[in-house]
Design a binder for this molecule. Sequence first.
Ligand SMILES: Nc1nc2c(c(=O)[nH]1)N[C@H]1C(S)=C(S)[C@@H](COP(=O)(O)O)O[C@H]1N2
Ligand SMILES: [Mo]
Length: 520
Amino acid sequence: MEPSDGAERRGWWIGPLLGLAATVAGLAVAELVVGVIGNASSPVVAVGQEVIDRVPTPIKDWAISTFGDDDKAVLVVGMLVVLLVAGVVVGTLAERGRLQAAIGVTVAVGALGCLAVLQRPAPSLAKLAPTLIGTAVAVGVLVLLARLLEPGGLVADAPAAEPMGVNRRRFVGGAFGVGALAIAAGGLGRLLQREREVDGERVLLAERLPLPADAAPPLPADADLLAGVEGAYPFITPNDAFYRIDTALVVPQISKDTWHLRVHGLVERELDLTFDDLLARPQVERYVTLSCVSNPVGGDLIGNARWQGVLLADVLDEAGLLPGADQVVSRSDDGWTAGSPTEVIMDGRDALLAIAMNGEPLPPRHGYPARLVVPGLYGYVSATKWVTSIELTGWQDYDAYWVPRGWSKLGPVKTMARIDTDRPSASADGRVVAGVAWAVHRGVSRVEVRVNEGPWQEAELGGVPSLDTWVQWRAEITVEPGRHMVEARAFDGDGNPQSAEPAPTAPNGAQGYPRRWIDV
Ligand SMILES: Nc1nc2c(c(=O)[nH]1)N[C@H]1C(S)=C(S)[C@@H](COP(=O)(O)O)O[C@H]1N2
Ligand SMILES: [Mo]
């Protein structure tokens, strides 16, 4: 049977191939431009970041609980799939002779990318360049390949087999040539982007970190009460095991040499501190346990590290607080914000503008070159990573990132125990249960456990360097063969027990007793 028109004769894959070549070329050139120009934005990253910031909280919670740490990878793969599908549509339009429409869709997708870049903090022409140039390249490839299809070969009234074959070969060669160039350009772009990463300067900085004038208090010998216990966590969380929570789709790479921190708003004098200014100030070092409001009961979105930096209170004193400066709004390079009560920052606790974590410059994912750490407040209202601005405002005058998304404006860390492990003890019907407990900045005065809702029994506590860290605990219980429910509870330094009333993480932190079932 004779094909009814040229489109059918060409094969179903011609349009998709055309569109995919154009899409891949556009994306790859955009990545190349990001690599060549410093401080440019990848359109994929900008759109993904906008999705993260705009997606309703329930969907975000679902994504985090379904994909966990892979949520960002899933988002990027999802966006690429959407882009490739758009490419197929565009290519099919072009192949069917509707080149104007194909160009229109491509430009519209590019415009969406531009819009996303413009929504991000500090937009600029440099940041737009990758999207603009990438879109232009996609349109160019589209037109070029569509033209290869056109004259005298694959159109319906073309003569017979031979010219069609020649033209098809030209088209396929062109599409794959574009693809190969795109892979090379994209790869080069990623390499150049790598070059800009801060790993190198971080290694150099590690060698010249100033010694703390005010060193961390010594660790009591029994801080690691659970050393060697299987399933237990070390008192100090190693940097590479420390939980990471943030909205950044890619880890910001901010050179300490261009970094600076503006302190402004309701202050007597604005400050603009460079990283060298920070290094020159007296360094304080403290153990502080940092935790996330999204940590469920029994969860591990909590870690304990030795932080070094300068006291935030000293910086704010130097700026001079004006009346009404009730809120410390800290903002990151990527536009995330936290709002902390000024009263808390200034009440004498060791709120830090930190530059080091466990003796190393901050890892990029934990805020290099500088972040905040405030003992006693959840991370979402205090622990701004990649911090570049601190603005003093009224309490009512600004709601930071998570507040309009349904989380409380105040975020003191709740008293909580966690059961991490159980194992047989020396006695035949005995079992040792162990874990950690925290009431950051109030201290833990007591931990208790109970079996099957029986009487509470006091646990043994490890030592702590201050009230700002978690504490390890263990208790020996006696159980008969069978299945048992063990619960734990912590008391803070004022003797107040953690709440028995279960509550979810939103809006101000999970509560209720942690439970563990053990089979004897
Ligand atoms: N710039 C920036 N800083 C941020 C966040 C963020 O999304 N962006 N998240 C905060 C939250 S919710 C928490 S719990 C802590 C986590 O710090 P970590 O990733 O170093 O453990 O960082 C805080 N600082
Ligand atoms: Mo958090």
